[in-house]
Design a protein around this ligand. Structure first.
Ligand SMILES: Nc1ncnc2c1ncn2[C@@H]1O[C@H](COP(=O)(O)OP(=O)(O)OP(=O)(O)O)[C@@H](O)[C@H]1O
Ligand SMILES: [Mg+2]
Length: 238
């Protein structure tokens, strides 16, 4: 990524510690990481290595114990939860392993939910959510409730919900973890497509086959984050 571009998201000396019984467990150790517009990043590591913790920090779902996080140059580390929720709603789309769809709610209404929070009018919500469902190939299923959709289709609805606000970044935590191989490939094909269209995408996974879709590959082991450099086939501390 060109050095002249400003980072979209920047972690500077970020750590995350959990305090249990008076002692601190460092789930993410000191991390400097810059995410640039158009990046396609995978974060790979074994269970318990700190992937979800790192994703929660990058998605402004959690605040760092030490260090700072900048989004589009703005220091967001000290902001209140209300302000962070607003920023998340406008700037970040989330996809989780468990889909996290509302069960008794039609696909298009699930997709429209972030637009409700953003204060978008009812008419625009319908149009935008239909467009997002089209982009994931599910236009004809917009009236189906989650239990009337396959797992792969439910995850496509979740992806439509993540893109409906046209966020700057999409963060996905094990998006194929609950899916069979074929459905997983369809999901990864969608992330590939959105990245080609310019979306910045960060995918957390423990699977090599998923991580290989990304152009920047980050490894995390015991909370230590390293980036694998293409040219050297070696890892450097970042
Ligand atoms: N709220 C918490 N309180 C205390 N420890 C926590 C908390 N959340 C996570 N941890 C610990 O932090 C470490 C990293 O957890 P994390 O969920 O980030 O791992 P992960 O890489 O996402 O694992 P998995 O692949 O199983 O999802 C683990 O050792 C976990 O036990
Ligand atoms: Mg996890």
């Amino acid at each position: 990524m060109s050095a002249s571009k400003h980072p979209l998201l920047q972690l500077s000396g970020v750590t995350k510690g959990y305090f249990l019984g008076g002692t601190e467990f460092r789930a993410v150790k000191s991390t400097d990481l810059s995410v640039y517009p158009g990046d396609y990043i995978s974060v790979r590591g074994p269970s318990g290595s700190g992937k979800s913790t790192l994703m929660h920090l990058m998605g402004l779902l959690d605040t760092p114990t030490t260090g700072k996080i900048f989004l589009e140059g703005q220091d967001v580390s000290g902001l209140s939860e209300t302000k962070l929720a607003k920023i998340r709603n406008r700037k970040i789309g989330f996809v989780f392993q468990q889909f996290n769809l509302l069960p008794r709610t039609a696909a298009w209404e699930n997709v429209a939910l972030p637009l409700v929070y953003a204060g978008v009018s009812s008419d625009s919500r319908k149009i935008l959510s239909q467009k997002a469902l089209e982009a994931v190939g599910l236009a004809e299923k917009s009236g189906n409730k989650p239990n009337q959709l396959s797992g792969g289709q439910q995850q496509r609805v979740a992806i439509a919900r993540a893109i409906v606000t046209d966020p700057a970044i999409i963060l996905a935590d094990e998006p194929t973890g609950n899916l069979d191989t074929v459905s997983g490939r369809v999901i990864m094909g969608l992330f590939d497509k959105f990245n080609r269209q310019g979306k910045t995408i960060i995918i957390v996974t423990h699977e090599k086959s998923v991580a290989k879709h990304a152009r920047r590959k980050i490894a995390i082991i015991d909370g230590v984050v390293k980036e694998k450099l293409k040219s050297q086939n070696s890892k450097r501390k970042i």
